[in-house]
Design a protein around this ligand. Structure first.
Ligand SMILES: *Cc1c(COP(=O)(O)O)cnc(C)c1O
Length: 221
């Protein structure tokens, strides 16, 4: 694996698009992350709190660490001091807990709300109506130590490109619909996190602003 070449190849696809690369470094070594860092990469994504914290402590402090995996409420406290963006907020309860922990340390933590767009049962996230209900609820206006910056979704794991495209299109439509609503101060629709190694070119065409790519940079896990 030539990590530098892999990053360049993805960056070429993102050229002239309003889309940033999150290098998903879960399970990969500090050495591999260092290689990506030396190639100019500054945003890394992890899906486990312990691993994110350990890597954060060992690597340069100008790295932005993004949490992309399912987060349990009881782990929010450990994560909140070190995370730049949490992509995977999938309940109001979790949002409240992040808010509580962030307030204690005087931070405002940026979050994305994860939307369930795949046909698979196992994926986490809000469905459309739950999400709209949450955005319109008064409870959200009381959270002053989080900022919802947009939405995240994962398409179905399939070779059917039409299906994947339709799922991304649906998420972009929902994003636009919410952006057009009157939003509480704690919500803005700026980021749309969609696209992984196997489907990111489609996601970028459909309006992604953050692609989360692991395998295509670092090899298989
Ligand atoms: C692992 C992971 C990715 C990256 O997947 P690749 O197929 O390796 O690019 C993206 N998003 C989430 C939520 C992940 O857990």
């Amino acid at each position: 694996m030539n990590i530098r070449n892999n990053i360049d190849a993805v960056q070429n696809q993102l050229a002239n698009k309003n889309c940033r690369l999150i290098a998903v470094s879960k399970t990969h070594s500090l050495e591999s992350i260092r290689e990506a860092y030396d190639a100019g990469q500054r945003i890394f994504g992890e899906n486990k709190v312990q691993e994110l914290i350990a890597k954060q402590a060992a690597l340069p402090k100008d790295i932005e660490w993004h949490m992309i995996g399912h987060l349990q409420s009881n782990k929010a406290k450990q994560l909140v001091p070190f995370v730049s963006l949490i992509h995977s907020v999938d309940s109001f309860k979790l949002l409240e807990e992040i808010n509580k922990q962030a307030r204690k340390i005087n931070r405002v933590v940026a979050c994305l709300l994860q939307v369930h767009i795949a046909t698979e049962e196992t994926k986490f996230g809000f469905d459309e109506s739950e999400l709209i209900q949450l955005i319109q609820s008064r409870e959200l206006t009381n959270l002053d130590s989080i900022k919802v910056r947009g939405l995240m979704g994962m398409a179905t794991f399939t070779d059917n490109q039409d299906q994947v495209r339709a799922e991304f299109k649906g998420l972009k439509n929902l994003f636009d619909q919410i952006a057009a609503m009157t939003l509480p101060a704690s919500v803005e629709m700026k980021e749309l996190s969609m696209g992984m190694s196997q489907d990111y070119p489609i996601a970028v065409e459909e309006g992604s602003t953050l692609v989360r790519i692991g395998t295509a940079l670092f090899g298989s896990r």
